[in-house]
Design a protein around this ligand. Structure first.
Ligand code: UD1
Length: 433
């Protein structure tokens, strides 16, 4: 199992490039199940969740061709025949977003079998809203042996009001409704940019979707969808992670290839923290982290609020801000696992239910720490960049789920970071890089 070894203290200076959004790529790949023609997706990030999704789609009978060389980030998917419309537990358990195939499969094949995801590191994460929505579209649902089975000869358009805002739930049902008979109007939808990106792809495939990116989405079902070519939007969580890295390390960083509008909530927050940060072009944010950081409270919310996926990284920053910051996690229960590892590095953090109280600034010192989930591991990388000494982060496979070559990218702007395999002897950074 790989580990990351990071020696803190270097300000990050230079230009760092953001990859395509994992959370837009995953539903886009699932959308390819809706047609028997090829769908070409560009700007697909080279991360482990994408490989998992590839395996999942191939297990159903879809052909997935990954680009290489200059076309490295292009993926062509063709679901000509889907002999096995099923998502097995082995794959769903490693990636909850596998449930995104439920809607497309039942819409295209009339039947879908998807394993229930079970608990995961950041709380219960049920899929009841996906199921209720499909029932509203006329599917018959049974749950047996840990699998959800959905059946419908053809789904029928209907009105769906989400009891709670759900990102993949909105995406799953939007895909299902695209091939349903008649009009579906969904209310209280997620407004995340990834939802709008999926709708853009579906419309290129011949769907008739309006309002994606707002809380009401209308979908006029069509009989058939066709192939299309689409470029995935940049990853706003990766961009946010680098922006925070620039601020925290006291660097001068250009985060490029991103969409600054998608990180507005973070940029506003960082200004409150005293960070000089601004969009300098339509795809580049400059962050200068040379001033003192001030504490600021934050509450995670659905988009366009402050994202839960940036909470862990922001917590790393608040450990270095003067004063007390209160971080409230509203979206997921149990999403503070990184806090105890940050405390082991010297942070002063108290957890009270859904609130984390961070008292700064306390010096951080290197320690052996454990990555517990994707964004928690990013938070540990950030803390390690400013900690004194050499931090070793174990269970790096979590970070590989959603960050493309993070150590190479950070090394490119001056971080002392390297990856080691378990079998390799531990060596100092200077020797190995
Ligand atoms: C997506 C993102 C994830 C992000 C999350 C919230 C992808 C692949 N993943 O996850 O990175 O952290 O949005 O921004 O895009 N809920 C239910 N019943 C359901 C579905 C959800 O109760 O059927 C609850 C969840 O437990 C959670 C809340 O709704 O408390 C929001 O979850 P949701 O938006 O569905 O998250 P995901 O789509 O899984």
């Amino acid at each position: 199992m790989d580990k990351l070894v990071i020696r803190g203290g270097n300000p990050l200076i230079g230009t760092i490039r953001v990859s395509g959004a994992k959370n837009a790529a995953l539903p886009a790949m699932a959308a390819a199940l809706l047609t028997d023609e090829p769908v070409v997706l560009e700007n697909i990030p080279d991360v482990r969740d994408i490989q998992t999704e590839r395996k999942l789609l191939e297990s159903m009978g879809a052909e997935v061709e990954l680009g290489y060389g200059r076309a490295h980030h292009r993926t062509t998917l063709c679901a000509r025949k889907l002999a096995n419309p099923e998502a097995a537990y082995e794959l769903v358990k490693t990636m909850r977003a596998s449930t995104l195939v439920l809607g497309p499969l039942v819409a295209r094949c009339g039947v879908a079998r998807v394993s229930l995801p079970g608990g995961c590191a950041i709380g219960a994460r049920p899929i009841d809203l996906h199921i209720k929505g499909l029932e509203r579209l006329g599917a018959t649902i049974t749950t047996e042996h840990g699998y959800v089975e959905a059946r419908a000869e053809r789904l029928r358009g209907n009105q769906i009001v989400f009891e709670k805002i759900t990102v993949t739930g909105t995406e799953d049902l939007m895909m299902a409704a695209a091939l349903a008979d008649g009009l579906t109007v969904m209310e209280n939808c997620a407004r995340e940019p990834e939802v709008a990106d999926l709708a853009a792809l579906l419309n290129k495939m011949g769907a008739r979707i309006e309002g994606a990116g707002t809380s009401t989405i209308s979908i006029h079902g069509v009989e058939k969808l066709h192939g299309a070519r689409h470029r995935i939007i940049p990853d706003r969580v990766e961009a946010a992670t680098f922006i925070i890295a620039g601020a925290l390390s006291g660097g001068d960083l250009l985060v490029t290839g991103c969409d600054p509008h998608h990180v507005t909530a973070l940029l506003q927050k960082l200004e409150e923290n005293g960070v000089k940060v601004r969009a300098i072009t339509s795809d580049t944010v400059r962050v200068e982290g040379d001033g003192a950081l001030h504490a600021s409270d934050v509450t995670t919310e659905e988009y366009p609020g402050f994202p839960t996926d940036m909470q862990a990284q922001y917590m790393a920053l608040t450990t270095q801000a003067e004063g007390t910051s209160v971080i409230t996690e509203n979206i997921f229960e149990n999403r503070f696992m990184h806090a105890q590892e940050l405390v082991r590095m010297g942070a002063n953090i108290k957890i009270e239910g859904r609130r984390a109280i961070v008292r700064g600034k306390t010096p951080l010192s290197a320690a052996a720490v454990l990555a517990s989930d994707l964004r928690a591991s990013a938070s540990l990388v950030l803390a390690a960049l400013v900690a004194e000494g050499e931090t070793i982060i174990d269970r790096v496979y979590h970070i590989d789920r959603g960050y493309e070559r993070i150590e190479e990218k950070l090394r490119g702007v001056g971080a002392q970071i390297k990856r080691i395999g378990e079998m390799l002897p531990r060596r100092g950074i200077a020797e190995a890089s």
